[in-house]
Design a protein around this ligand. Sequence first.
Ligand SMILES: NC(=O)c1ccc[n+]([C@@H]2O[C@H](COP(=O)([O-])OP(=O)(O)OC[C@H]3O[C@@H](n4cnc5c(N)ncnc54)[C@H](OP(=O)(O)O)[C@@H]3O)[C@@H](O)[C@H]2O)c1
Length: 511
Amino acid sequence: MNPNDNQISTISQFYNGKSVFITGGTGFLGKVLVEKLLRSCPGIENIFLLVRPKKGKSIDERLADLTASQCFDLLREKNQKALNKIVLIEGNTSDLGLGISKENRELLCNKVSVIIHSAATVRFVEAFKYSVNTNLRAVNELLKLSKEVKNLKSFVHISTAYSNWFQPVIEEKHYPAEFDPQYIIDLFNSTPDDQLEKLAPKLYGKHVNIYTFTKSLAEDLAVKTPKDFPFAIVRPSVVGASFAEPHPGWVDSYTATTPLVDQSARGVIRALNCHKNYVFDVIPVDIVINQVIAVSWKIAIDSVSKSGISSPLVYNCVSGTTNPITIKEICQYSRDAGKKSPSELMRWYPQTRFYKSRTLFKIDTFLTHYIPALLSDAVDKLRGIDGKAVNYYNKVQYGASQLKFIMNTSIMWKTENGPKLLSSMDKHDQKVFNFDPKIYNWRSYIDDFYFGIRKFMTNDKTACSIAAQKKFARLKYANYIVSGSIAAISLFALVKAGDQIINKDAEKSKI
Ligand SMILES: NC(=O)c1ccc[n+]([C@@H]2O[C@H](COP(=O)([O-])OP(=O)(O)OC[C@H]3O[C@@H](n4cnc5c(N)ncnc54)[C@H](OP(=O)(O)O)[C@@H]3O)[C@@H](O)[C@H]2O)c1
């Protein structure tokens, strides 16, 4: 919100004196959500955050880490005291009752007016039981809690636009799952882990991983559970760095688009196995959060879908329908960002080739990813250092392979509810909580994204340093030499092959 702007926000007013319960508040989306609510809804009473102890850190230590994040820089500058509104609720979404104590449960039931459920394990490869309990059973547990909340005005469930990714057209509606969610919860909790390894993938149907499988079941469960409070589902596509808030390019999650941008800009990825002209649906994190906040307001004031069964309100939160970008363009803009602002962490001169054929892709990656990596490790070995290049490229390849189903599927999402919601908001709120994907220009967004990765994630301060520019120049010439040599060898091989054919024909004609 512009500090000089004295207009009153209707959405912000809705939150006056209300408390919000958020799960997943320590995550990528969660941080932006907490920050935005505290900054743009100053009348909010409390934000109750479900947090688990993790990696030896207590929940209080985790809160200190959270609020120290650069995501909160702007808020700390404008209204540091707002951070005192955060109240920690110790719990774990993979536990029954969300692992919340009796006292805290009572506190939530008495105080909370809005629930936003963002917690999930977003890993595509994850322990099956844990994934089912965290992504699916937690929704059940949260809905049970919600029914006990005395004055619940709205509940927003954050799902994913890929929960039914195999549908060629994804509408803003409920897609029933193939199995009863409760059956899956019971089955996974009563089957030993070693048997689940074999069983689980057989149940996926058209899903390719445990993530979309559990997220689609969670939607189904949430929709089918009878409830007497307004409820909606927001389905973001692939969430990328912030477009504008809290800072352009803010990001702290090295998943999905982040490695694609970073590794294309630094010349790490040079070949991809995908349809280059397919849309890669990226949506900035602040756009998603603005929509989530607006949805929670809207369903509360309209008191919609109280029964929640026949017509859940679903919002496909995607960019591709109105402002599409292809994989080729993402890589191109990222490469341009890398060239504009070279880094000392560059691996090669930025370039990307796209292959639909898996074989050609494998040949290219062997030649351009693995041979240089093997050479680099061999040189390191001679210097007595443990080489890590091959290992690094294994991770890069693994990351890219996880995104294959996204990069090789052309999906059309219907987005009618978002624009309707935006037009129902007053002019002021349309600015403060803008979530129109048409407002950004992809090239400058990707420039900011790459800048954000370096500033907020990799702490790469070498942008445009003399050393970075020298390295970039060296890589550019090395690339000319290598590409030129490959072209010369290919030409030579072609000429040789042509000669052999001509000679054979000549010999045949003599006979
Ligand atoms: N990122 C995307 O591209 C994307 C795209 C579409 C939809 N979404 C959805 O958006 C939501 C948030 O995703 P994200 O990207 O912010 O993920 P994230 O950065 O991995 O954050 C996940 C959040 O969930 C919490 N969580 C996970 N397991 C938990 C457990 N057992 N108990 C308590 N809390 C737990 C994490 O807490 P800890 O800090 O304790 O781990 C963290 O706060 C998810 O529902 C996801 O499905 C994300």
